[in-house]
Design a protein around this ligand. Structure first.
Ligand code: ZN
Ligand code: ZN
Length: 133
């Protein structure tokens, strides 16, 4: 067990892995998340700014949840763009088109890495150095 500073309240806590955040803050964040989720459910089309203001949660935190695909915003106002092609998205980091393309290239990469037929083992004995004298 190691002691870490909580990235949220700066208190020391026993770090057991995952996010560097103390149990108390973790609970707080979870509460905030539920609040935000409910707000978005009731207010479809709300912008990040609006959600942040109404739920008293930082914009940064909301953006993080969207990137983690825990939240999806229904407004396509260009607040979130695909990191690859710049298309407007509502959740995650990439648009559907780029996601599909990535899956495709991943699949073909796997195919390329298919195991090669094993090369016949060379008989090394014939290549041993010998003294000719
Ligand atoms: Zn904390
Ligand atoms: Zn894209």
């Amino acid at each position: 067990m190691e002691v870490q500073t909580c990235s949220r309240c700066r208190k020391f806590f026993n770090y057991i892995g995952g996010e560097r955040i103390c149990p108390a803050c973790k609970e707080e964040v979870e509460k905030e998340f539920q609040k935000v989720k409910e707000y978005i459910r009731d207010n479809r089309g709300a912008s990040v700014l609006e959600v942040a203001r109404e739920c008293e949660v930082s914009e940064k935190q909301i953006r993080e949840w969207v990137r983690e695909e825990r939240l999806e915003l229904s407004s396509r106002d260009g607040e979130f763009v695909c990191e690859k092609c710049g298309a407007s998205i509502t959740s995650g980091r990439f648009c559907d088109k780029c996601k599909n393309e990535m899956v495709d290239s991943l699949n073909s990469a796997i195919k390329k890495e298919a195991p090669k037929p094993e090369a016949p083992k060379k008989l090394r004995d014939g290549n041993k150095m010998r003294f000719l004298k």
